[in-house]
Design a protein around this ligand. Structure first.
Ligand code: GLN
Length: 378
């Protein structure tokens, strides 16, 4: 076999979750909640099944859901997306990302990504024959140097991939980033792929700066969102992509052959559930309580907490414990102390010696208590 992805192994999420299960560790590695989704949403899913919504959805997704997404987007970000031509329901955020890259990237096109980067971006670009141009960001604040971005841009640059709130670092884009980005791209033919799957998980009263809020950026953006994260249902694998009609028409050419359409009853259920805006407006407070609880617990530990402005991830450094590589330490922490995390070097193509671990705090209080107890013993 001549591998198309010779450097790619099994994802760090699968590896760490499998190890956690094998040794019975508390799994704070892969990002998913250990509590149930809302009974109301489950009831809506049951109703949809019973009502007979069990055949193919339209290729672009159930219209009722696309309409609710358009409403939510207009309300939150002030921009009107046309449900017919500008919104497509996908099998989760990862499929939307893959589809957008597949639709837009030709061989030798360059795509700028920021590392640490979610692990699906680079392989998707490479499969299309594109060239990954990565800019490494540094802890503790992982700020983007827009001057450095500018230096990476040339006539081959076709896309910039952004992710805010950011996985794994929990940072967010600020107004100044948006201004710099707008200045950079306004005179160029560069698409933006904006991974906004943690849009509703943002803390301390901060604003999520969606690309949808800024016409200059919106017109060139594929915005990717997810229902797994906000509605505690990562296993349902339902998300969506929004883009101006011209871009969305290219996206759909690929989408229709990648999955054709997405599971129907769940789309009806989410469409109903979205009618109550509190179902997403309440999320920052809900997750901020967990973030604060977990951070407070770890304050007395030897781990040093990095800032967390969004997402459901808390990163830590551990210089006072060991100088092991994060990948080694994460394994030992799982095996010997019974807490699984994600080594953040896994999000850098060339690795890194930053010594940072990522914990997912989307967990029940008892789980966080147990994990903190164990982490305090180190
Ligand atoms: N987004 C999840 C995380 O970062 C993982 C999804 C996956 O396992 N591919 O943990």
């Amino acid at each position: 076999i001549i591998s198309k992805l010779p450097q790619t192994g099994t994802t760090i999420f699968t590896t760490m979750s499998a190890l956690a299960n094998e040794v019975g560790a508390i799994n704070l590695s892969q990002g998913f909640p250990d509590f149930e989704t809302s009974p109301e949403l489950i009831k809506l899913a049951n109703t949809a099944l019973k009502k007979g919504h069990n055949q193919y959805a339209p290729m672009a997704g159930v219209l009722a859901l696309r309409e609710q997404i358009a409403k939510k987007t207009e309300k939150l970000y002030g921009t009107i997306y046309n449900p017919d031509t500008e919104i497509t329901i996908t099998a989760g955020g990862t499929q939307a990302i893959f589809t957008a890259i597949t639709a837009m990237i030709h061989p030798m096109d360059e795509v700028i990504i920021f590392e640490p980067a979610y692990d699906s971006y680079a392989p998707a670009i490479k499969l299309m024959g594109g060239i990954v141009k990565s800019l490494e960001l540094e802890p503790p604040d992982y700020r983007i140097s827009w001057n450095m971005v500018k230096r990476l841009i040339n006539h081959k640059t076709k896309m910039i991939i952004l992710n805010s709130p950011h996985n794994p670092t929990a940072t967010i884009l600020h107004k100044e980033d948006i201004e710099e980005l707008s200045n950079l791209v306004k005179t160029q033919d560069i698409w933006i792929l904006s991974d906004e799957v943690y849009e509703h998980l943002i803390y301390d009263g901060e604003t999520h700066h969606s690309m949808a809020m800024y016409p200059e950026l919106q017109q060139r953006s594929f915005i990717v969102a997810s229902f797994g994260k906000p509605f505690h249902a990562t296993g349902w694998k339902v998300g969506y992509c929004m883009a101006p009609a011209l871009l969305m028409s290219e996206f759909r050419k690929v989408h229709q052959f990648l999955v054709f359409s997405v599971n129907t009853p769940i789309q009806y259920a989410i469409a109903e559930y979205l009618k109550n805006e509190n179902h997403y407006l309440d999320l920052p407070a809900f997750f901020q309580q967990k973030r604060d609880y977990f951070r407070k617990g770890l304050e007395q530990s030897k781990f040093k907490l990095l800032p967390c402005s969004g997402s459901y991830f808390q990163s830590v450094t551990y210089k006072d414990i060991t100088d092991e590589k994060d990948s080694d330490f994460a394994l030992r922490l799982t095996r010997e102390f019974g807490v699984a995390s994600i080594p953040v070097s896994g999000f850098y193509s060339k690795g890194t010696d930053h010594h940072v671990l990522r914990f997912c705090f989307a967990k029940r209080q008892e789980t966080l208590d147990k994990a903190v107890d164990r982490l305090l013993k180190i």
